[in-house]
Design a protein around this ligand. Structure first.
Ligand code: SF4
Length: 292
């Protein structure tokens, strides 16, 4: 019989749950409710909110009035300021407090008068909205480093302050810190959030004891992608968005499967996957040897 184990820490984190609650409460009481970009990185959950009436904007230039909810991973400083200045728009900030903390660290470092010869290194994905927003708080002092390779090539000011995107892996962050520490005077601000660390640790532990890992979450979700990377170092791993992506052939000769999910994956999607995997397990039992 196929055994299914779900990671101890999987799915919605505090910051995402809070943002969804803010969105649903606003939708209940107000009309003209918008988000700037998707509120979280999960297409199915975002679609569910769209059905309730929320509209996703690429830019604010086309709205005259209403309520704009800011996403969990924050928006650039200038844009936030511009929105606050518009008297017809009500800004509802659902930026995760842990992301805010990272923004505050970058802002404080960049405003420090002794920071003239300072580079602020942000360890993260250059195109991720959180990183783009973090850079905007850095008063042109930020450099984003994504990989150890980039850290080895880096040339900059003597003094470095190193901050992290909240959803990085400790391994990548520490590797980059170690490389930079060889040639620069560094100050380290580890802003990886607890929820990220817990999910990564649980995923890794589970991946070590199962034959197959299924990682559930948006393909656009950085933290889900990193869970899949961590698990794939330990066992065969697939990153899926919903139960529809599951393939029966993956389960051939498998006795234990592990499930985990990114911080932006809702419980209902995890539950659907669990039910489908169980169904596949039962079918395999009945038609042993038949795989498509
Ligand atoms: S992953 Fe961490 S930083 Fe991102 S929303 Fe969740 S709690 Fe906040």
């Amino acid at each position: 019989m196929l055994k299914i184990k779900v990671a101890k820490n999987a799915g919605f984190c505090f910051g995402v749950r809070r943002a969804i609650e803010i969105a649903e409460k606003t939708l209940k009481n107000k009309s003209k409710v918008y988000t700037l970009g998707p509120i979280i990185h999960n297409p199915q959950e975002v679609k569910r909110l769209e059905k309730q009436g929320i509209k996703i904007l690429k830019s604010v230039s086309r709205i005259r009035d209403g309520y704009v909810i800011l996403r969990t991973h924050g928006i650039p400083f200038d844009l936030h300021k511009k929105l606050n200045e518009n008297k017809n728009i009500n800004v509802i900030d659902s930026t995760c407090p842990f992301v805010k903390r990272a923004q505050d660290v970058v802002k404080e470092l960049s405003n420090n008068e002794t920071a003239e010869n300072l580079n602020i290194i942000i360890v993260g994905e250059k195109v991720h909205p959180e990183v783009v927003a973090l850079v905007s708080y850095g008063n042109k002092k930020c450099v984003v480093i994504e990989t150890s390779q980039e850290a080895k090539m880096f040339k900059g000011s003597k003094n470095l302050s190193i901050v992290s995107q909240t959803t990085q892996t400790s391994e990548n962050f520490n590797n980059i810190v170690n490389i930079l520490s060889k040639n620069y005077k560094i100050a380290v601000y580890n802003t990886i959030c607890r929820a990220t660390l817990d999910r990564q640790q649980s995923a890794q532990e589970l991946a070590c004891i199962v034959d197959l890992m299924i990682v559930i979450g948006g393909k656009n979700s950085g933290n889900t992608t990193r869970l899949a990377q961590i698990c794939s170092c330990k066992t065969r791993t697939y990153h899926i968005e919903t139960f529809k992506d599951l393939k029966k052939s993956w389960f051939k000769n498998i006795s234990t499967v592990g499930l985990t999910a990114g911080a932006s994956t809702p419980d209902w999607i995890i539950k659907d996957v669990e039910i489908k995997v169980k169904e596949i397990g039962d079918t395999i039992k009945e038609t042993l040897g038949e795989f498509k």
